[in-house]
Ligand binder design. Structure first.
Ligand SMILES: *Cc1c(COP(=O)(O)O)cnc(C)c1O
Length: 381
């Protein structure tokens, strides 16, 4: 019997052909390819009002640029969930910020505003939620909290390509937002890729400098200054041409990919919902007005022991299922990088109970049915 794999990077013959053609024709003309990619992105219904995105080597690069643009001073604090990928933490730690880890809420595994409220203070510069699995965090509560302390909202929207809230794409609610096109995400730039979305012109100018080695080279090119100078800490983060070409061809199918992944997500949900009502496990509770992108389908089991046995049981049936993040505050580097909100009970609990099921464009309906059968038979055997 074939394995049902957890993930399969997105691509097909048509995308390979288009990407190859673009790469051959313009390998040494990055501006031409960037122009095509930008046009494609802004032609997508969801992103038409997002402003011109900055495409980068990775989602991590987008987060690092975001952090560099914040002009962090010693003592400045950044609030992040402990239940996230280390990239969120690394980006801010490397520019000297103090990390403040907040707890999550169980309905979506996203930053809990009540926990944020307990740790926020006058030194807080930003609240940085992730939107776990492309399901929106409580943006209203988090923005209000940030605003009332003179801080900003920054979004680690790495899971979010194709996802929105109240009709607007995730990644455009804060002052800056980072998307990822890593091969584990819904759409990929053939391995690694990312993009930074920026709210206003003032921030755009700062980003322009950061990505030009900290110089005002862009202003110089556009004739706004008569010589360019080194002004701040910057770097080189440009997305390579072959990645841009692959991403451009893939984004053409964003609607199709999002629809299909949501279809598979709902198929899981409808088959497993009954067990949820019987209290066997919990499923994600999607907030009203959230537009999901079917990035992750997960179960929250009763405890870690049951999670491990279900994972092993599915493995025996040649079904790959994965756990997820280790709580970052509960690590040696996390301990020494700042502070956190008490015992972080929900983070500790969710990290031990979460199990992600296979979800990708190569799955058939019968695969989803087989995974669900596996889960069902685990609970009756
Ligand atoms: C994938 C991911 C990143 C990093 O993106 P890369 O493109 O892999 O660098 C950052 N944060 C979260 C929450 C992620 O899932």
């Amino acid at each position: 019997m074939e394995w049902i794999r957890f993930n399969e990077p997105y691509g097909n013959e048509d995308i390979f052909k288009k990407a190859e053609k673009m790469t051959r024709n313009h390998l040494f003309e990055p501006e031409t390819v960037l122009e095509q990619l930008t046009k494609r992105f802004l032609s997508l219904d969801l992103y038409k009002d997002s402003g011109v995105p900055f495409f980068m080597q990775s989602g991590t690069a987008a987060l690092e640029i975001m952090a560099l643009a914040m002009n962090i001073q010693p003592g400045d604090e950044i609030i992040i969930p402990s239940f996230t990928y280390p990239a969120t933490a690394n980006a801010f730690l490397r520019v000297g910020a103090t990390l403040v880890f907040a707890d999550i809420e169980p309905d979506t595994c996203n930053l809990d505003p009540k926990s944020v409220e307990r740790v926020i203070n006058g030194r807080t510069r930003a609240i940085v939620p992730i939107h776990y699995g492309g399901v929106t965090a409580d943006l209203h509560a988090l923005s209000n909290l940030a605003a009332s302390y003179g801080a900003v909202l920054l979004e680690d929207a790495a899971h979010c390509i194709g996802a929105g809230y109240e009709g607007k794409p995730l990644g455009t609610f804060g002052s800056m937002g980072a998307l990822s096109f890593h091969s584990s995400k819904n759409i990929t730039a053939a391995g690694w890729g990312g993009c930074l979305l920026v709210e206003n012109e003032e921030k755009r100018n700062v980003i322009e400098e950061v990505i030009a080695q900290g110089t005002d080279r862009t202003a110089f090119r556009e004739g706004r200054v008569n010589a360019y100078r080194w002004k701040r800490l910057g770097g080189e983060y440009t997305m390579p041409v072959h990645s841009m070409a692959y991403l451009e061809a893939s984004l053409e199918n964003l609607g199709l990919v999002t629809d299909r992944r949501c279809e598979l997500w709902h198929r899981y949900h409808s088959q497993l919902h009954l067990l949820e009502t019987e209290g066997k496990f919990a499923l994600c509770k999607v907030p009203p007005n959230a537009q999901i992108n079917g990035h992750i389908f997960y179960l929250l089991l009763k405890d870690q022991k049951e999670r491990e046995s279900l994972k092993a049981y599915l493995h025996e049936r040649r079904i790959e299922a994965f756990t997820h993040y280790e709580p970052l505050h509960d690590t040696v580097i996390g301990e020494s990088s700042g502070r956190y909100d008490g015992d972080m009970p929900m983070t500790m609990s969710v990290a031990g109970r979460i199990l992600r099921l296979p979800l990708h464009m190569g799955l058939h309906e019968r695969d989803v049915d087989q995974v669900c059968e596996g889960v069902l038979s685990f609970f009756v055997h």
